[in-house]
Design a protein around this ligand. Sequence first.
Ligand code: SF4
Length: 363
Amino acid sequence: MSKEEIIIDAWSSNKIENYDHVFKKFGLEKFTDYDLSDHYLFKRKIIIAQRDFNKIRKAIENKSKFLQLTGIASSGDLHFGHKIDVDLFLLFNRLGATSKFCICDIDAYVSREDSKIKNMVIAKEIAVKNVADIIALGIDPNDIYVQSQKEKEYYQFSYEISKKITQNMFEAIYGHVNLGKMSSVFLQISDILHMQLPFMYGKAPEITGIGLDQDPHARITRDVSKRVNYDIEVPSFFYFLHQSGLKEGEKMSSSDPDTAIFLNDTAEIAKKKINKAFTGGCVTIEEQKEKGGNPDICKIYEMFKFHHPDNDFLEKTYNDCRSGKILCGECKKNCSDFVCKFLEDHNKKREKSIEIAKKIVYG
Ligand code: SF4
């Protein structure tokens, strides 16, 4: 029996291979509400699963109040994989959600080894860079908070939550009891559920988007929401595909810089990474012209699929690859041009966002 068959490790960067198994084991429903938006991330079915999404669908259709909370731990520089979290957050924001995006600085410190994040000073320095990045990606600064700057009601609520989780519960869901990780879970639950408390927005359907590997957090949050001493809705979740790493078969991860293009990479570094990326091309040009490539396993195509907004371009790239009309050299050049242009614009916007990011992180 593989590790994945026993438990999902929410802190691991291992890639989940068997989605059907995870759906069945943990009771996830397939996501089918792609008609809610024409956004390319819906068209490309990047969201694959959900829990209780019908409540959110109804709220969107009725234009009634619903909430959204998403977060990223400030454990390193953000890369294109994180951009999906932000793009989906912005998408649900446009669909009518009252939203907050949390940069989890305390969580990042308490749940990571000291060798990775030595102290809160480091966690906050990373948080400044992360906040500047997500502002540059389009999130309104008013919709962003860091945990270390939250109000006393939020911390009171975190302590209340700690009383609702037993050691056995934690061990059953996560497979271990690590006190740092436990306290990070209390904060993550607070992040989601506090949105519905009277001092925030009050009781309402609420959605959080996560990768499938984060499902343990979703299960414990939904469980705790039924037992806290407040009248709140059990939160809904949607689950999206992770963009995989640039190397063969790997997940994009901050801990291995060569698997990812970071949002602060220079054009030169990004180009090098794209040129070294794993593709579905053939060994020789002649063979590829004759047989075509395989975009379904190609990291260049995947970069387009997750980030290039033009559906016609994506379809043409797929068909031209399959028919051998386009070769990997030209395709990588298209990818470099697209990514470098994005990074150039993004870097300018991030520079402008640094001061406001400092204010959000340090107050
Ligand atoms: Fe990938 Fe493009 Fe090569 Fe096809 S032509 S395998 S999409 S790099």
